[in-house]
Design a protein. Structure first.
Length: 224
């Protein structure tokens, strides 16, 4: 049985890591009620009554869910459940400069594996307009730092697949690649040539040829 303690109002609440327990209770309540993003959450008083804890503790739990991006407060509408940003926590860590070089290398491998895994979707959903956008990014490469250009091109590739979560990884990539803006593996000219080749294969080659071109292009991202 979970030990309990009293909050400032005198109401008993789960003990130990109190905030974590309250967060868990709220998430379980959301799951049981089958609430979907955009649905309003009950008022603090109602949640307190249903969960058997005080409003003070409910407010603390809601604050934790807001910090996770799972709840947002709207004027005159109260608290609403929102679709989670799966990379929000990782982005904060990256922005704070807390990623080590091995962390960055492993994230680059994940990024490469993600793109390789979505090759078929990218190929199947390509359009002339999408390929034109890729070529436009290449044409403007000289105007951008190398890292920003690399992120822009590969973000457009992921966008072709139409996967919202994969596309949102772009914000993390911006941070991961930022130290490389002055130390790119290839010059802008060589990088542009390699990306033009990908566009040519995507536009005129077969699905297998595109997968092979992507494997060759992304190969350096994988450590030996």
């Amino acid at each position: 049985m979970t030990s309990r303690t009293s909050d400032p109002d005198g109401t008993e609440a789960p003990r130990g890591t109190l905030a974590e327990n309250v967060e868990r209770l709220l998430l379980e309540h959301i799951r049981q009620q089958k609430l979907l993003p955009g649905a309003p959450l009950p008022k603090e008083e109602q949640l307190a009554a249903e969960l058997g804890i005080s409003r003070h503790i409910v407010r603390e739990g809601l604050s934790r869910l807001k910090a996770l991006g799972l709840v947002e407060a709207k004027k005159k509408r109260g608290s609403l459940l929102r679709a989670p940003d799966l990379f929000a926590g990782l982005l904060k860590i990256a922005d704070a400069g807390l990623l080590t070089e091995p962390d960055r290398d492993e994230l680059k491998e994940i990024r490469a594996a993600l793109e390789l895994g979505m090759c078929d979707a990218i190929y199947a959903r390509r359009t002339p307009a999408a390929v034109a956008a890729l070529r436009q990014a290449i044409a403007e490469a000289a105007k951008q730092p190398d890292g920003a250009y690399e992120v822009e091109f590969h973000s457009l590739l992921l966008a072709i697949a139409g996967n919202r979560i994969a596309s949102s990884f772009r914000r993390v990539l911006l941070v991961i690649f930022s130290p490389e803006t002055q130390n790119s593996r290839w010059s802008v000219e060589e990088s542009s040539r390699r990306h033009r080749h990908l566009c040519d294969v995507l536009e005129r080659g077969s699905a297998e040829e595109f997968r092979a071109a992507m494997r060759e292009h992304l190969g350096p991202a994988f450590r030996g």
